[in-house]
Design a protein around this ligand. Sequence first.
Ligand code: FES
Length: 258
Amino acid sequence: MSEAGAAPDPVHRQTPLHASDQPYDAHVLAQLDADAALIIARYPQRRSALLPLLHLVQSVDGFVTGRGVNWCAEKLELTAAEVSGVATFYTQYKRHPNGDYTVGVCTNTLCAIMGGDEIFERVSDHLGIGHDETTEDGKVTLERVECNAACDYAPVVMVNWEFFDNQTPQSATALVDDLRAGNEVTPTRGASRACAFKHTERVLAGFPDGLADEGVGAGPASLEGLKVAHQRGWTAPDPGADDDHGPEGADGAGEAER
Ligand code: FES
């Protein structure tokens, strides 16, 4: 595997953002233009549509290509430099061909101490790739990811941004084996199955596939605080009340502040 500063790994397949590439086929361009018109119409200023348009480019090209940058610039009346500046800021925009499945192992603080670092190392060794690298079969791109606001299910692994909670090194390696074998995998919450990268990118561009909420919603760990609030009779503050104090707790702290 390669880390920052190490020699480039052949499977990294780094491609410059502005690599010259072939123009879009006419039918692909026509579909892109039609989709872009729908997206742009959702915003008061067309430049605000840049983030979803970059996802739309990835849904076609598998990463942010030079032709995709130029197309976004043309559609939104921006310069290619402005588009590139945004595309290189966010890690969800890929600068080289992505695998069918982005496997993101959360190695932020809580997940790390709950086993995220160990999971990343085990999966990395198992696949023979490091951070932001892709398996030679093009199936899996491995990433370290930041907190996914799912700390109550630590350690968490994401597959194209679908949650796989409470993972172990064993379950995570089995997960990537299933993905490479073409087996359907079921997230712990949310959608009923993890879809391929280009499919997911079209959803992120603003074209729902109807899968987002068909699976399990909030799990027991997320609802634990609500259960305690019910047991103790805590309620949310009245938004219309002229009071900037927090809700009164069972310890009477809210009363003591008055
Ligand atoms: S630290 Fe991993 S989800 Fe928050």
